[in-house]
Ligand binder design. Sequence first.
Ligand code: SF4
Length: 679
Amino acid sequence: MRPPDPVRLTPGKRVLFLTKDPERIRQQLSGELDLRMADLKVEDLLDDINTDAMTPAWVCFSHRPEDIARDAYAGLIVDGKRLFERDALKNGNFEVIVSGYRKGVGSSRETAVQAEKWSGIRIAIAASFAPIHASNNVSQGVLMGNHEQLTRLQAGEGIALAELYREYDPITQIIVQHGGLFPFSKAVARGEVVLPRPETGPRPMTMAEKILSRHLLDKGPGMGEGPKYVKPGDAVVVEVDGGYSHEFTTAQVHYFLTEEYGPDYQVRNPAKFAVFEDHLIYADEVPKMRAFLDKIETLRQLQREFQRHTGVRDFSARDRVSPGICHEVAREALIDPGDFIQATDSHTCMGGVNNALTWGVGSTEYADLVHSGFTTIEVPESIRFELKGKLAPGVTAKDVMLYILLNYAKPQVTLNRVMEFTGPGVATLSMDERATLTNMATECAARTAIVVADDETFRWLAEWRPGLTSADLERLRARAVTPDEGAVYAGGVHEIDLSTIEPMVAHPGDPDHGIPSDPTNGAFVSEIGEVPIEIAYGGSCTAGKIDDLVFYHQVVKEAVDAGLQVAPGVKFLIQCGSQAVEKFVYDNGLADTFLRAGVTLIHPGCGACIGCGPGVSETTDQVTVSAINRNYKGRSGPGKLWLASPLTVAASAFTGHITAYTPGMFQKLRERQPVLAPA
Ligand code: SF4
């Protein structure tokens, strides 16, 4: 349905302000309090509301938006209790929801927007929105505005629709006018929409711009057969090379396509798309998840139904073992240099390690592009990190990302930009370590990340895809992109000397008192004092790669050789990113060392990272040190979660408190404390 123009508040409908003071939210939900923007400051409003808080994983076990909406904001927990009881948002008769900065950070789950929309929200107000969340609002036809506009709306003013979309690119403006992505796409199919054509002339381009320019669907009249150009802000229609969804999202894709195009809907190019079973594979091992096992099974069945219906590539579990986490398997098997890939998960950005442009989209956007084979985007700005030097022993790419999160993401320098990694330092990092850099672009609220290709990129691709011929490799080399001399980086070019990076963590803040647990909460391990832990978790798409397993093993072996086992009272769990990684671990004897040390090895999958597998905390006072990528409150259980590198996680498992690894540390420790947990 097209939105009204001008936009006005509906008499009798209410505005919900998500204040930092939870009591004021409670009073608004119960109907005791109605606030006005004129009475508040932006600083009074919650920042960094993450999509896990809006729709925690268990809420997404329902695939129908109307069911999801019943548990909107179920992840906002205060004093151990839900701030939003079931149906609270829907029953509050709200049509506007208001928050502070960076609304919708975290996972790309579109369910966060659906929970609001199907509760009656038609306008979201915030100081800024996380890029994927904003795009999900556009797809679903939810309008976005700022606090000044809300003040005027509450004063009875009507605001021209164009004022709410004027900062968007021309294609997004048309999508907003039509009330969302599906109405827009149908209007395009009926020939009712004239799309703007690319007009940018020759210019030096970044890696992202080069890939997008090669994927333009409409090359523009009179532009000839030569190279095409784009610049940030250009609204373009681009072909998508491929994509994937997983059992958490596929059911909605199937549902939306069936709703919009009927039960006989078709997808454009199934051989280039895939489904994965990875996110919920071990949910039945988490006591809190047992209540949802029927729903989870429904999601799996709907994904199988989608796969059979469409013929997309099938990475389902066999004998209840997942082939691996979608992003790990996708870079191993699917993503080529120069590709433009879209998938229904925020860590799709990890594929940028293969010199491809890859980012996450919501279920609606994915359903639309898998149906049509193309998508509409605004060419994003870029930021470049020129790496030099070499990491010191005991320091990993994860520490580099925690450093970037603190110094560039926190002040929003990376916001919605493509992070490009170039420079001589890239060659000192393995492909697995480079994948850690691209994986965590989403924590930086960046659009994605991409690493320049070098000989190691093609050596690695040849190793992982043994069927590739030399002609195939030449074809892949020809598709690779490098930035042009003089390419423009709106976020700047920043030199990072890898040799200066130290082991870092991101602390869990104090969420109940307004300091969110956040990946940008960086601190040096040397500064945090003694933080005892109960759980050490190594795994996830960020830290379940072969090199991560080698890192864990390096530490565990030293500890075992020094006669130690995992510290008393600590559970140390390691989960491989894919079956190929697991095979490496067993074939090369790493598994033996882990088992001798008392480590619990888990089959591949997402697991604890998303609160759906062994390794989640069970009480609020449990402390975890984890190699995963995000520590949003409640994501991996109710406890406090510190993010750290694989080396730090493994070292901490043996000392019992958060500890940076230094080579030889356990021998020294054993000499000083000969009674420490002998093996
Ligand atoms: S391991 Fe965690 S971050 Fe990675 S895809 Fe799975 S749930 Fe998402």
